[in-house]
Design a protein around this ligand. Structure first.
Ligand code: ADP
Length: 416
């Protein structure tokens, strides 16, 4: 039987008792009438007291709910939270002890692609169980926690998570994410670079040592043999010199801001073509220039010389015969230089990688031609530092075209 029904029955019973008492009173039986009246009064009183306490409890419950609503999640955040969090470039979350997000800053909303993360579980926004665990542990245990974490959403990234508890507001904790993806990538690039450089140096050094040892062991070697071995030593030393020169050019291109001045790109290109003509002819190649006599650009002459010389040098190195055409075009805002050869070409699967440091398609041919594997990465760095772009089109066995698009520079500089 439900509570309200039993209550009604009790009320009706006490009413009936009261009526019975009145009837007995009228029938001149005051003792029984008084007895029934007392029973009715007691039961009505008890019911009224019970109802009253229930009403009081309900009132208290409602007041607590109202207090909870007013003192809700955001009201528990420290004053000034929004201002501090807004200016912070790191993703920052305020969470409760169950890992529910109470607030997030703009960096967090942007980073996790969530316009308003409040009111959602941290794990549903970051898809990282580690982050959730860290903030829950920090709030429950009152520890400052920090851990390197990998996340898969919105894209694979890496970073350090810091989680700590608000000591003045129990049940509230914070979580900040410091992304370190780029730092790790740079560190990997640096390690690869050091490994590549030492590998590149080791080969000629080992060769020099082996030849020197042979000469030492054969003091009576004839003149021809001595010349051959000494020639090999000179060749390897030249290779080492070229590597160190290219490394210096590359590091200068990477670290220094470009110092530009007005230079005549057409004259620079024509000079390089003229200087390389004899070498091309020796290799049975026809080298020619097509383009304007003068074309002024705002650029670093020494660096642009490296770009053009490297492209022409490669066209000669990687061609067996045919023609090499160096073209320069004035395309309004940009100067466009292309170097086309009819040489060995580059297999399509290598095209994306030829601009990487020390990347060579055919190591043997590159070494035999005195290549260091750094030429195209120098080209790319210098061109990009000038605000330009370099691209390559190639077909295996048919030839390659390298194109450099270079902004001509500010109009003021052009007028000057
Ligand atoms: P390298 O000193 O070996 O020439 P680069 O950085 O200049 O190094 O070039 C990287 C690689 O790209 C070369 O080893 C070669 O395999 C390929 N390459 C560059 N230019 C050409 C070209 N014109 N034709 C064919 N292959 C080329």
């Amino acid at each position: 039987m439900s509570q309200s029904r039993s209550e009604w029955i009790a009320w009706v019973a006490s009413g009936a008792a009261a009526l019975g008492a009145l009837r007995l009173w009228a029938d001149d039986d005051p003792a029984w009438a008084a007895f029934l009246l007392v029973v009715a009064a007691i039961s009505a009183g008890l019911l009224a007291v019970r109802r009253w306490t229930e009403l009081l409890a309900e009132k208290e419950r409602r007041a607590a709910a109202v207090r909870e609503a007013a003192d809700g999640p955001s009201a528990r955040l420290p004053a000034g939270w929004s201002e501090i969090a807004r200016g912070l470039p790191l993703p920052l979350f305020a969470c409760d002890r169950s890992g529910m997000i109470l607030a997030s800053n703009e960096a967090a909303n942007r980073f996790f692609d969530c316009p308003d993360c409040s009111g959602r579980p941290l794990i549903s926004v970051t898809l990282s169980a580690e982050m959730e665990r860290l903030v829950i542990d920090a709030v429950r245990e009152g520890k400052e926690l920090s851990e390197e974490v990998r996340i898969a959403f919105p894209s694979p990234r890496q970073g350090r998570v810091y989680a700590w508890r608000d000591e003045e507001r129990p049940g509230l904790g914070y979580l900040a994410f410091l992304e370190t993806t780029e730092v790790h990538q740079l560190e990997r690039v640096r390690q690869d670079f050091v490994a590549n450089v030492s590998h590149e140096l080791r080969t000629p050094l080992a060769s020099i040592r082996a030849v020197a040892e042979t000469l030492l062991e054969e003091p009576d070697a004839d003149r021809a043999m001595q010349e051959r071995f000494l020639g090999k030593i000179i060749e390897e030393v030249d290779r080492l010199t070229q590597i160190s020169k290219d490394l210096l050019v590359l590091s200068a291109a990477e670290s220094n801001p470009v110092r530009k001045q007005q230079c005549d790109l057409a004259i620079l290109v024509r000079n390089i073509v003229a200087e390389s003509k004899a070498r091309a002819e020796q290799a049975n190649l026809e080298l020619s220039y097509e383009g304007p006599k003068h074309l002024m650009v705002d650029a670093n002459t020494t660096q642009i010389y490296e770009v053009v010389a490297n492209l022409v040098d490669n066209a000669i190195k990687y061609s067996n015969d045919g023609a090499i055409l160096v073209r320069l075009e004035d395309q309004g805002e940009d100067a466009v230089l292309s170097v086309s050869d009819q040489g060995i070409g580059i297999p399509s699967e290598h095209l994306d990688r030829v601009f990487e440091r020390f990347y060579r398609v055919d190591k043997g041919r590159s070494r035999a031609k005195g290549g260091t594997g750094l030429g195209l990465s120098i080209v790319k760095h210098i061109v990009e530092a000038h605000g330009g772009k370099v691209s390559v089109q190639s077909r295996l066995g048919e030839g390659s075209t390298f194109t450099v698009r270079l902004p001509k520079g500010a109009p003021m500089a052009k007028e000057a």
